[in-house]
Design a binder for this molecule. Structure first.
Ligand SMILES: [Zn+2]
Length: 290
């Protein structure tokens, strides 16, 4: 049990007490479950944003624990379905896992907690910025902190973050937002081009999460929109300001539908991609001359 910490946040204190009573039985069952392993800390933050959702969570806990809960025993599946329909862009569960030697890294628990708060705050914002007809992003997110090469990567609804990177760049919470965007994007497997995917992820980061952090200046004679990340993000921000404030939302929609073609730029901004890029990079050439 000491390896597991469960944090419940909600405004309905009566129900919180009920969850607390049920928790001990629930934890014993969790300990017997195979997915709880030694040297793994799991923090589950259940996000109850409204009363109905709290009721559903209590019911599910009661079912798992085998505890009678007669008032909430009517058609739980149907209730849950209704909530999903009404609130397609809400985060319903956030799981934070710190594993292996990451458990012993100084400050990791505090950093993980801040990352969790950031995900909670930016999930609905990002989902709204990247909404498209008939699409619902995954409602559950997992973050795993571990020793690994690189900075971070995302597979479906799970973000993996390098603890070595956090040690070197403890202020880099923008990276967490970037990875969250990939979960919200949920583009089909093998969708392309990758520079658009990464450009949109950094666009959300730099246009919305940290708009006051200046993007690095590009070399207009060497840079390409295919460079992805910050370079492409800067290009998209410029297109939105000059041509269409909903440019990225529309671009995201065609990426989800796997109907993207470079002609999208001509349809959205009235100029082809290469001409747009030249116009954008000319702004840097003019600045260099002044
Ligand atoms: Zn990325």
């Amino acid at each position: 049990m000491r390896n597991v910490t469960e944090l419940c946040t909600q405004s309905h204190l009566d129900l919180l007490r009920q969850i607390w009573i049920l928790k001990f039985t629930f934890m014993r069952r969790l300990e017997n479950n195979l997915w709880i392993k030694r040297n793994v800390l799991i923090m589950v933050i259940k996000l109850q944003n409204n009363f109905v959702l709290v009721v559903v969570v209590c019911f599910l806990i009661a079912v798992i624990c085998g505890t009678p809960f007669p008032l909430l025993a009517e058609e739980p599946a149907q209730q849950k379905e209704t909530i999903t329909e009404k609130q397609p862009s809400k985060l319903t569960k956030l799981t934070i896992i710190i594993r292996g030697e990451a458990l012993y890294q100084e400050g990791i628990h505090e950093w993980a907690g801040k990352a969790g708060q950031l995900i909670t705050e930016w999930y609905p914002k990002t989902a709204a910025l990247l909404e498209s007809d008939g699409f619902k992003p995954p409602s559950e997110v997992t973050i795993i902190f571990e020793k690994m090469d690189g900075v971070a990567y995302t597979v479906r609804d799970t973000i993996h973050i390098s603890i070595d990177w956090i040690k070197r760049q403890p202020q880099d919470f923008g990276m967490v937002v970037h990875e969250l965007v990939h979960i919200i994007q949920s583009y089909p497997a093998r969708s392309s081009p990758g520079w658009v995917t990464e450009g949109i992820a950094d666009y959300i980061r730099h246009a919305h999460y940290e708009p006051n952090v200046p993007l690095p200046r590009i070399n207009p004679n060497k840079a390409s929109y295919r460079d992805a990340y910050k370079t492409t993000a800067g290009f998209f921000i410029w297109i939105e300001k000059k041509y269409d404030p909903k440019f990225v939302k529309k671009l995201n929609a065609v990426m989800r539908e796997r109907t993207y073609k470079n002609t999208f730029f001509e349809d959205a901004a009235g100029r082809n991609l290469d001409d747009l890029w030249k116009e954008y990079t000319d702004t840097f050439r003019k600045e260099n001359q002044n």
